[in-house]
Design a protein around this ligand. Structure first.
Ligand code: FE
Ligand code: CA
Length: 532
């Protein structure tokens, strides 16, 4: 490959489009910069695993910006932690236009195997990360330990949950949104304020870099591969698709060009996550023009599980009937909101909805045991008003009931094996049965739902009496807990799943301990939650 480094556009196109590591002739390599400070201070990560591939990530970051347009970083993958038995090694380019982030798409690995990886730049060596491939799609697999987590607002506490999560022997972590928050600090901040409103590409980069300095978060990234999706705060509170005119609580009103802000936020997300370059469907230039960043997808874990990751932010219709006609979220009374049940409204967007239906159709007839739907928010109906009047939060699936109905119908039509919906967003643990039709309380149970609490982000913290009332009014939910912060672990075997809700004692102390809030089992073929 010949490459003229003065042609930045060409380099960028290649960096964005290349399915594997970007290789350059030796003559095109940058000089290794003289480093005064350690360049791997943001840690390492891996993600988007399949049976033979995984993405390795790091970002060069020092106090002084790098001088070069492109910096050559070396990487190694080994069977052993001492890097005696190297499996693959190579070079990758960290380019300025991608904030000197590095995404290595390692291919040709053995299935169902753990690996170690690291990066080198000059004398500097990164932390060692540990990652794994999934079993072959047709392999009989006995066990999968999958974690789920979401919502880590820096100022609300320490990310200590990740320190405990490292002991859980996870095969993969699903991160379900709100990796960063775009706000300027917080009231009663546990950790010091984080700067101003996040609006520009540089702002987003700085915010990710701040979060990535957290040692527990870094260590968890280095412990196992992550499957990552986003929610609203990676861009702006409560945003919906491309809809403009919403302030996201910004004082003084809306940003001038929401799509430009969104594109900057998406680019920074790519730069800081172990994602394939193919998520940039039209490259960086396309992203700047408003093209999608396609992060939804599906991957099999042997015959044991199909893991589906959804994006319910990027393509959604605007929230319905927010009070005073404002854009953004709020509670609605369906009796006074004709838009609410409009069949044309969508949370996933038509194309993702169709993709999901096709994926479920293709896998519905397979021999696999579990179907995991990782997505951002609460799935089941939560009516917050006692008595016949209803009151729904319009930012969750409750704001898009026709779209939810299409999904539950899709699950039934394709006889999807053992659906398990994982969620986040609400900063509370909610565990329930997925109903075929939430408008018919006696309708069939078609799956189970574990909507997870936050790593740190605060919730309303409703009283025990209120929670008891909610559960009485929404009996398809079997647990709601408004206090605990932490994560969930689902252990899948062919015969059953076991979910453990883990909560820390106090997010305001970095040395907090962890305990089990509740455990549930579900037998394959029978969508009934048993409390253990
Ligand atoms: Fe959140
Ligand atoms: Ca009611």
């Amino acid at each position: 490959m010949s490459l003229d480094l003065s042609n930045r556009r060409q380099l960028l196109q290649q960096a964005a489009a290349c399915a594997t590591t970007l290789w350059l002739p030796r003559s095109a390599w940058s000089q290794t910069p003289r480093l005064k400070t350690y360049p791997f201070a943001l840690g390492v990560a891996s993600g988007s695993p399949t049976h033979d591939a995984v993405v390795l990530w790091t970002r060069l970051h020092t106090a002084e910006p790098f001088s070069g347009e492109a910096v050559t970083v070396h990487w190694e993958v080994a069977h052993d932690e001492q890097f005696q038995r190297i499996v693959q090694k190579g070079q990758a380019q960290a380019v300025r236009e991608l904030a000197h982030s590095v995404h290595v798409e390692v291919q040709g690995l053995e299935p169902d195997r753990w690996y170690f990886y690291r990066f080198m730049l000059g004398e500097a060596v990164s932390a060692t990360g540990r990652t794994r491939t999934f079993p072959l799609p047709e392999a009989r697999t006995d066990r999968l330990r999958l974690g789920y987590a979401s919502c880590q607002r820096w100022e609300h506490g320490f990310f200590s949950a990740y320190r405990h999560m490292r002991e859980e022997n996870l095969d993969v972590l699903m991160f379900l949104g709100d990796y960063i928050y775009e706000y300027p600090g917080a009231l009663n901040a546990v950790r010091k304020a984080t700067g101003g409103w996040v609006l520009t590409l540089d702002d987003y980069r700085q915010r990710y870099a701040l979060y990535k300095t957290d040692a527990d978060l870094q260590a968890m990234h280095a412990t196992c591969p992550w499957l990552v999706t986003w929610d609203d705060h990676e861009v702006q509170n409560d945003y919906a698709g491309v809809h403009e005119g919403h302030s996201g609580n910004l004082p003084g009103g809306t940003v001038a060009d929401f799509l430009a802000r969104r594109a900057a936020a998406y680019q920074a997300h790519y730069e800081h996550m172990p994602l394939r370059s193919s998520v940039l469907t039209q490259g960086l230039a396309g992203l700047a023009r408003g093209a999608e960043m396609r992060i939804y997808g599906a991957v099999r874990y042997g015959q044991l599980a199909n893991l589906i990751l959804l994006d319910d932010r990027q393509y959604r219709d605007a929230q319905a009937c927010t009070p005073q006609g404002r854009p953004g979220s709020g509670s609605l009374d369906p009796a006074t909101c004709p838009t609410w049940n409009d069949a044309s409204r969508t949370l996933l967007g038509k194309r993702q909805e169709q993709w999901l239906d096709e994926t479920l159709a293709q896998w519905g007839q397979g021999r696999h045991q579990w179907t995991v739907l990782g997505q951002q928010t609460a799935f089941g109906q939560r009516d917050f008003r006692p008595g016949p009047q209803q009151f729904f939060w319009n930012d969750s699936w409750d704001g898009y009931p026709a779209a939810r109905q299409r999904l539950t119908q899709s699950l039934q039509r394709h006889r999807v094996a053992n659906p398990v919906v994982l969620g986040g967003d609400v900063h509370e643990n909610w565990v329930g049965h997925v109903l075929a039709d939430y408008a018919q309380p006696g309708s069939a149970r078609v799956g189970v739902e574990f909507c997870g609490t936050s790593i740190t982000s605060r919730s309303g913290g409703a009283s025990a009496e209120k929670v008891a009332q909610w559960l009485a009014d929404n009996p398809h939910f079997v647990l709601a807990d408004t206090q605990g912060k932490g994560y969930g672990v689902v252990e899948f075997t062919p015969a059953q799943l076991t979910t453990t809700l883990r909560v820390v004692d106090d997010v305001t102390h970095s040395d907090t301990q962890v305990s089990t809030l509740a455990r549930f089992a579900v037998q394959a073929g029978r969508p009934v939650l048993e409390r253990l």
